[in-house]
Design a protein around this ligand. Structure first.
Ligand code: FDA
Length: 325
């Protein structure tokens, strides 16, 4: 048992560092057969390569009573022209959501739209997007990246939210600084609380543990008490049981948010007893890092990935979100 836990921890750390290796990513991209196989495994978690795929999945989930977040996936863009193209794609997404009458949250990494070049670029793109969503049913939501970027991300967010209040921010419970970051936000804000997907030093982060769950719940409670709109973004049943027991979902300002393809059974169960559940739908070509994170945070997903790579049956993923019996 001890050996298994040790191996799982090592596996998780290795996969998270593989995720950061640009040379490996390039190798995957340039090796057609490997690329095809991994893309097949990623399709469990990514709605498709194109905006239409995300919108189509979104439409089906909305029809089943879920709220949705949607992300044109990617991060760490280091070319200004590419940033422009990404913002253009996001603007088209916002416009298509409006035309389809879908109320949604558009999520993104600030490093996808300029933060990896300079802060002002990300800020001006964010303001541009925020201007477009004014008066629509779309809200913008900023994801949280590695801790080396936390200050910059919070700084851009805080400047923008003063002007456009329908921008949300993600906070990571695993960073020891997060209670202070939460306390520094204007109230009420739109906040998503996650455990944290990135590999961080133990000097300033808490690993997956009962202590982290305790910290996570403390943050959610504190955010609700401060009057924020809170997205409880987790697939952890222990967390969900506590959330139900503490009655946090009867507060209309709190909701559950889960990633597409992960624990659809749990999402469906929560939704079927009347709790607000939002599903996070990524689309696009930049699925490599995302796939690595989803496998790293739950190693049995590696078995699933192998099955998905060799299996040739097309699974109707949406079926998993429907309550059966
Ligand atoms: P945890 O990882 O502790 O796992 C607990 C249990 O949940 C597992 O035992 C398993 O049953 C289930 N589970 C968890 N992950 C699973 C998986 N991949 N497959 C199957 N079962 C799984 N992170 C970040 O750093 N910045 C961000 O901006 C975001 N944004 C974000 C948005 C949304 C909507 C969600 C749900 C998550 C994020 N994350 C994120 C990811 C987050 O930080 C975290 O890595 C994952 O949610 C996994 O943590 P859990 O709380 O789910 O539980």
């Amino acid at each position: 048992m001890y050996q298994q836990l040790f191996l799982e921890k090592q596996f998780t750390e290795t996969l998270k560092s593989i995720a950061r290796r640009a040379d490996l990513k390039l190798y995957v991209e340039r090796t057609p057969q490997l690329n095809r196989l991994l893309r097949q495994a990623a399709s469990r978690y990514i709605t498709g390569n194109f905006r239409q795929d995300g919108l189509e999945a979104g439409r089906k989930l909305v029809a089943k009573g879920y709220a949705i977040s949607i992300e044109y996936i990617g991060e760490n863009t280091t070319d200004a022209t590419e940033c422009e193209a990404i913002v253009a794609e996001m603007k088209a997404l916002i416009s298509d959501l409006g035309q389809a009458g879908i109320s949604a949250r558009v999520s993104f990494d600030l490093s996808h739209i300029g933060l990896s070049l300079y802060q002002e670029l990300a800020f001006s793109h964010l303001m541009n997007l925020a201007e477009q969503v004014q008066g629509t049913d779309v809200e913008l939501f900023i994801s949280m990246e590695e801790s080396s970027k936390t200050d910059d991300i919070l700084s851009v967010y805080k400047q923008a939210v003063c002007v456009y209040p329908n921008i949300g921010i993600t906070l990571q419970a695993h960073l020891t600084r997060t209670p202070e970051d939460l306390a520094s936000l204007l109230s009420p804000s739109r906040i998503r609380i996650v455990k944290g997907a990135y590999q961080e030093s133990s000097d300033y982060s808490i690993p997956r543990s009962p202590e982290l769950n305790h910290r996570y719940l403390e943050l959610v409670e504190s955010a609700i008490r401060q009057g924020h709109h809170v997205s409880i973004a987790s697939h952890d049943e222990v967390i969900m049981d506590e959330v139900l027991e503490r009655g946090w979902l009867s507060d209309s300002k709190a909701e559950i948010e889960m990633l597409y393809g992960i624990r659809p059974d749990l999402a469906s169960r929560m939704q079927n007893v009347g709790h607000p559940v939002r599903i996070y739908l990524p689309y696009g070509h930049e699925w490599y890092l995302y796939l690595c994170h989803r496998i790293a945070e739950f190693p049995p997903n590696l078995y699933q990935a192998v099955i998905d790579m060799v299996g040739n049956e097309e699974v109707e993923r949406m079926q998993a979100y429907v309550e059966r019996g």
